[in-house]
Design a protein around this ligand. Structure first.
Ligand code: CA
Ligand code: ZN
Length: 301
């Protein structure tokens, strides 16, 4: 049996003041069960956004104290498996999301999971691609509400944060005080309508500290095929610059490329992607394929 935390251990802000609900060793697998981002408040299609108690949205399950994780170190969380709930919810509301001015009334849709697809009103099938919307570690100071993404992680809504990915953060307080929640059974880049296909579920993870990656520009994601920098900022332009600059810095410091060559490779083979454009800060990532640069494979392991 893996160490397990249920959604009764939820928090709504990442903070060094949160008391750990579970302690795990590095390399030890653990399971976090999470409610959806509405804390289960949307039960039918008649429950719309105006019915929500906004004090209780974006719950994260945790905090998990990782033994031996000390401030300044880089910690990586391997997402080993995501099990999503029975169905998902997607919402729209006037003023919410990128096209908010075009939306005249609130609406909630419950989408059913059918095999590998989401069934949208019997008229469209969307491939299921489970991902974790909120994931992070406690900041050194203050409380960061779970709805906000930043250096510590949080509500990044980044669709490559999925099973098989490793997500790196810089530890700010001993034990890291990790939590995650806000699972999506599917979400497009940008999450333009303010929600993905929001669902509950379980995430199986393990964590370790990576001394050789000290100074890594975080948050940082690694998959079998790519590395990616993530940056959240007030404007999408600032987030774009931050994510790109972080990848230049990574390729320079960790792959030994001169800045000019890093930029040339990124310009030819990298991809700039929007994670989400709808949260209090905007989140952008820059993806760079490992196949282009064999040295990047040394990150694995
Ligand atoms: Ca989210
Ligand atoms: Zn969500």
């Amino acid at each position: 049996m893996h160490p397990f935390l249920g959604p009764d251990n939820s928090f709504y802000s990442f903070s060094s003041k949160n008391k750990p609900a579970l302690t795990v060793e590095q390399g030890q697998e653990f399971i976090l069960e999470t409610q959806d981002c509405f804390s289960g408040q949307i039960k039918t299609e008649n429950d719309r956004l105006d019915r929500l108690d906004w004090e209780h949205v974006n719950p994260a399950t945790g905090p998990v104290f990782i033994s031996g994780a000390m401030p300044g170190e880089i910690i990586g969380f391997d997402i080993l498996h995501i099990k999503i709930g029975e169905d998902s919810r997607v919402v729209v509301a006037p003023g919410e999301g990128v096209p908010g001015e075009m939306i005249k009334q609130m609406e909630t849709a419950i989408v059913h999971h059918k095999g590998n697809f989401l069934d949208f009103k019997g008229m469209a099938e969307i491939p299921i691609n489970p991902m974790v919307g909120v994931m992070g570690v406690a900041p050194k100071e203050g409380n960061i509400p779970n709805g906000t993404p930043d250096r510590h992680g949080g509500n990044m809504d980044c669709k490559i944060i999925t099973a098989g990915s490793r997500v790196y953060f810089q530890v700010e307080v001993e034990g890291a005080l990790f939590g995650c929640g806000d699972l999506h059974s599917a979400q497009g880049d940008g999450e333009i309508g303010v929600s993905g296909a929001e669902t509950s579920g379980q995430v199986r993870l393990k964590a370790a500290v990576y001394p050789r990656l000290k100074g890594l520009p975080t948050p940082f994601v690694e998959t079998d095929s790519m590395v990616a920098t993530i940056c959240s900022a007030q404007t999408s332009d600032q987030a774009v610059t931050g994510a790109v600059n972080n990848m230049v810095e990574f390729l320079n410091r960790f792959a030994g490329l001169p800045v000019n060559h890093a930029v040339m490779l990124m310009s030819m083979a990298g991809n700039l992607c929007f994670c989400q454009m709808v949260d209090p800060l905007k989140t952008v990532r820059f993806e760079f394929p490992k196949s282009v640069l064999p040295v990047l494979h040394v990150l694995n392991g």
